[in-house]
Every structure is written in C-alpha cells, then in structure tokens.
Design a protein around this ligand. Structure first.
Ligand SMILES: [Zn+2]
Length: 443
C-alpha cells in the first residue's frame, strides 16, 4: 500500500503515513444547513468518500474514522429562519436531514460521526478560554477575537502573509479589533437573534471555531487528514490551524487535501450567480449513481464543468456496465484500480481501468472494481426498472446503429462489426433488412 496524496500544506505529493495505522482520522468540512445541497456541495463528499473507502480497504474499516460536521449555527440559517418565521433549529434540522438523504442517494458511506456546532458549545468555551489565557485571543465589546499577529507562522497553508491578508478585501474592519486581520471566535447576539449564554455573554460562535472544536472532540489534537473544498483554504482552514495549534501547541493536521470547484458552463456554481443545480432536482432526472460517476469522472483537484449531458453520458455508461455484469458474481478487486486510486485518488485513471475490463470475459473484475468505487451496487433488474433507464438505453442503441450504418457506408466494415459485437455483448440483436436496421433484446 503506497497511497500518495497532494498535500496543500507542503505543496507536494507525499506518501501517506498515518500517525497510528489502527486509528486513522479524516475530517471533511460539512455543509451550512440553510438550503438544499447543490451538486457542488456533493463533490467533496463523493471525492473524499473514495478516500475513505480506499483507507478502509487498506487499513481495515474499524481503523478509519471519518468525521464530517454540520454547521447548524450561522447567519444564513438565521436569515432563512427569520424569513420563514421559524426557529433556526427547525430550518437546520430540516436541511441537515435532506442533506443526509441526498448524500446517501449518491452512495456516500455515512461518516462515523456527524457532529453539530450546537452540540459542541462547551468545547468552544473551553478553547476560547485557553486561547485568551495564552495571549492568542481577547474580549472586546461582547466579541472574542483571535489575534492574528500573536501567531508567528500564521498563513502557511494558503501562503498569505499578514500584509496580503490586510490588503485583502474580505477583512472586516471593526473598531474593536486590535488588528484588522483578527477574526471572530464569538460574537454577541441582539435580543431578537438566536444566541447561547456563555462566559463571554449571550452570543454565537464563529464558523472557524466550530470545526477546530469538533475535530479535537472527535478525532484528537493532531489528525491525519483534513479535507475540504479549495475555496476553504483561506480564511477558513488557515484560521482552523491558528486556533487549534495555538490552543494545543501541537501540529493540527498532517495532510491537507482540497477538491477543485465545480463549474457550470465555465462559471463557479453559486447561489449569487443563479446557476445552481440542487442534488434533489437532479435526482428527479437521474439515478444517484450516475451523479456519483459524473463527479468521479474528473480528478478531484481539477475543476469540473458540470452539465446534464455529462450525467446522461455517464448514465449510459452505467446502463452498459449493468447489462454486462447482470449475470456475474464479483471477482477480486483489480490491482490496476487500486494502483490508480492510490495515486492521489486518480479516479479518471481508475475508471479507464474499469473501462478496459468492460467486456464479457472480464465482467466479474469490472463488477468488483465498480463495487469498490461505490458503483454497480444495485441489481441489474432494479437498475433497469428505475424510470427512464430503458428510454435512455434505447437512445444509445439507436445512436450506435447510426454509427454502424455510417461505418459501412464509408467501407469501415471492421468498425461496423465491432459495433454489432459490442451491442451483442449487451444483449442487443441487430436485424438488418432492406428497409434498414432494427433491434431487439436477446431472450
Ligand atoms: Zn471546517
């Protein structure tokens, strides 16, 4: 086993060496639950689910712990709750439930722990107290702030120096801050806002603090792998490092891995752009497995241009694979697949390895490899019964028949024969006649 990961912290591909192979911890930053998950939110879940599966395979399922949090205190949740005249817990509970359902539909294994910010308040109070005692944080006008200049090596994950941070537009300048780069650990709530009573007055925690405390509580002070979206490197992950390392005095996470962003026609998918596709809506048109395969079809660090045609294409690929493997028992997981995944989770290479096995002689290996990736887990009968499958499959057959006619016209008979053989292997019989080519399913 030589798993290699691109570590954002060292900017190098590094061999993964766990602190304790019997006790491996991964943390993935989870959603803020104020709306349905969009397909961009699903990308880290599916990408790092692949890592989780690979580590479980290599070290034993009982030795790997995946923690993914739910941020259930946030101004966006407060805004939505106010708009709908609901309690924030009602909004958060509803969307955290829908989130778990959607991720399960994408065949992501459930994490070993899914802590919520509201369940971690005592740990947050304790961490703030430690940071204040050690001179890394201070109270000001009902706030608790982390004092960035108190940490000598702040900024090493993102490579942002303090000067650059100060120049950044995202820094909120406030009169109570000692330094403009200081960030909020706790902020006061007004009477009409949700708040929690604590040693620093009634208020609510900053987002960065939540993750640091949930990690310490569920995985310990130093963890093996911290994962999340590339957009979280700064300030979120940088600030997690600052809090945890200044509070505990030990390194926080050994491997930082980040997924690239999902784009819609070249633009970042975001609510403000109005180009959101929710997982829930996509699931009305496609099986979750086709969405999963689409997300795995690009390398996790690369941007992925997402569109429905891409999902339809991957759906047809699954139709073909289900047809091929309908009658076979899974064999051993092919080494070519494991080798590809161990190379910084190279899923395009892994899928190419599976495609090379997509023929009748090696269908058992295809099935085993696909199962390993969380694919082909339904029964073929169940798959083809689901709505839309047959229709899309018929489209694919028609497309191939047209290609075969073209090939014959241009004298490329070997290509024409290949297309026929390919269809035969999927249980489709072509019938040529004077009026054209028809098809039927083999009995
Ligand atoms: Zn986080």
């Amino acid at each position: 086993m030589t798993l290699v990961l691109q570590n954002t912290l060292t900017r190098k591909k590094q061999e993964f060496e766990p602190i304790d192979p019997k006790n491996i911890g991964i943390y993935v930053c989870g959603p803020t639950v104020y709306d349905y998950a969009h397909i961009g939110n699903a990308r880290p879940v599916v990408a790092f689910d692949m890592l989780y599966r690979l580590l479980r395979h290599s070290y034993g399922a009982e030795h790997v712990k995946l923690v993914a949090n739910i941020t259930d205190i946030d101004d966006k949740i407060m805004k939505r709750a106010a708009e709908e005249n609901k309690d924030i817990s009602e909004v958060a509970d509803y969307f955290s439930q829908s989130y778990s359902e959607d991720m399960a539909a994408l065949l992501a294994l459930p994490p070993d722990a899914t802590p919520k910010a509201t369940e971690t308040l005592p740990e947050m109070f304790a961490m703030m107290e430690t940071l204040i005692e050690k001179g890394h944080a201070y109270e000001a006008e009902g706030h608790v702030l982390f004092h960035v200049p108190s940490m000598k090596n702040y900024g090493r994950l993102s490579g942002n120096s303090s000067d650059e941070i100060l120049a950044g537009a995202r820094i909120e300048v406030a009169p109570y801050k000692k330094d403009p780069a200081d960030f909020v650990l706790w902020k006061p709530s007004s009477d009409d806002q949700p708040g929690w009573d604590g040693p620093y007055g009634r208020g609510r925690p900053g987002w960065h603090l939540e993750c640091s405390c949930m990690i310490a509580k569920h995985l310990g002070k130093t963890i093996d792998i911290h994962a999340g979206g590339l957009d979280l490197v700064f300030p979120h992950h940088e600030n997690e490092i600052a809090q945890s390392e200044c509070a505990h005095g030990v390194p926080f996470a050994r491997y930082w891995i980040h997924n690239g962003m999902l784009q819609m026609t070249g633009e970042k998918m975001s609510k403000s752009e109005g180009n959101i596709e929710t997982v829930r809506d996509l699931l009305k048109s496609f099986p979750g497995e086709a969405l999963r395969l689409t997300l795995l079809s690009a390398h996790y660090r690369q941007p992925l241009d997402f569109n429905r045609a891409l999902v339809a294409e991957q759906k047809r690929r699954l139709d073909r694979w289900y047809r091929l493997t309908a009658e076979v028992e899974a064999a051993e997981v092919p080494e070519t697949l494991i080798t590809a995944l161990e190379d910084d989770l190279n899923t395009p290479k892994a899928l190419a390895a599976l495609e090379a096995l997509a023929k009748p002689e090696t269908a058992a290996e295809l099935k085993a490899g696909a199962n390993f990736m969380g694919l082909l887990t339904a029964s073929a009968a169940g798959w083809f019964q689901s709505a839309g499958s047959d229709e899309i499959f018929a489209d694919e057959v028609e497309k191939l028949i047209a290609e075969r006619i073209e090939a014959r016209k241009s004298g490329d008979f070997s290509k024409a024969d290949d297309i026929r053989d390919n269809l035969t292997s999927q249980g489709i019989i072509l019938e040529d006649s004077a009026t054209g080519t028809g098809w039927r399913r083999a009995d």
